[in-house]
Design a protein around this ligand. Structure first.
Ligand SMILES: Nc1ncnc2c1ncn2[C@@H]1O[C@H](COP(=O)(O)OP(=O)(O)O)[C@@H](O)[C@H]1O
Ligand SMILES: [Mg+2]
Length: 230
């Protein structure tokens, strides 16, 4: 079997007159950390949503674990996302009213794990990310860096095959952002999860093993030669 776990093959998507993604082909292999880089508006987030099956391409296909899934009904794609993917977004999409540990155990609860098992595994992840002391605090009461660590914990708690991260440190200061990136990349490596990291910051891209450069909705380099990244 090929070690490609997530692949877009010739995907295009237009929003009205705007061609947001134009014939992009990209492959993500097991356990690798890939940075998708490019200026604002170049199509990075749209590509990530296509890879996640959250948007459907006008042309081309997306495959998860060797099976095409962009053309499956939303119910099937939602289940595939829940089982195999994890997400970290710029401002998180955690539930502010829930505690940190309740947020982190959510994917496990949705997958049908018992409360006790889910709580145990969520606490292990919090410990791994250095925020065990925050477990019982409401998400709305923790710092931005702690909230992003909770988002990382939630993205990894169910052992996904791939974590998709869209500007995961965009709302954090430099030092906090670097700590969150280190936590994301090392915790993903522990679990054998691949990471697709969308960013316009070179500093963040430096955590990746491979950089894919996008400009005007197209891939212009994959991989980007190291010299070109300075
Ligand atoms: N939901 C949408 N409706 C209309 N246009 C969109 C939508 N999402 C993105 N776009 C447009 O598609 C292009 C790519 O956007 P995006 O993927 O968000 O870029 P990036 O993440 O690289 O900043 C931009 O021109 C943006 O304005
Ligand atoms: Mg974006």
């Amino acid at each position: 079997m090929s070690d490609v776990v997530l692949a877009a093959d010739g995907v295009s998507l237009a929003f009205g007159e705007t061609l947001a993604v134009d014939d992009i082909t990209v492959q993500i292999r097991q356990g690798e950390v890939v940075a998708v880089m490019g200026p604002s508006g170049s199509g990075k987030s749209t590509l990530l949503h296509l890879l996640a099956g959250l948007l459907r391409p006008d042309r081309g296909s997306v495959s998860l674990l060797g099976e095409r899934f962009d053309d499956r009904p939303e119910r099937v794609r939602a289940r595939a996302r829940l089982e195999h993917l994890g997400f970290v977004f710029q401002f998180g999409d955690l539930v502010p009213e829930l505690t940190v540990v309740e947020n982190v155990e959510l994917p496990l609860r949705l997958l049908g794990h018992r409360q006790r098992t889910a709580r145990e595994r969520a606490k292990e992840m919090l410990d791994r990310l250095g925020i065990a002391d925050e477990a019982g605090r409401r998400l709305s009461e923790v710092s931005g860096g702690q909230a992003q660590r909770a988002a990382v914990a939630r993205a990894l708690v169910h052992d996904p095959t791939v974590v998709l991260a869209d500007e995961p440190t965009g709302a954090l200061d430099t030092v906090t952002g670097e700590l969150v990136m280190e936590a994301l990349v090392s915790a993903a490596a522990d679990r054998g999860a691949a990471v697709v990291l969308v960013t316009h910051e070179l500093r963040v891209a430096s955590y990746a093993q491979r950089d894919v450069l996008i400009r005007d909705a197209r891939v212009v380099a994959d991989p980007v030669p190291t010299a070109a990244l300075g």
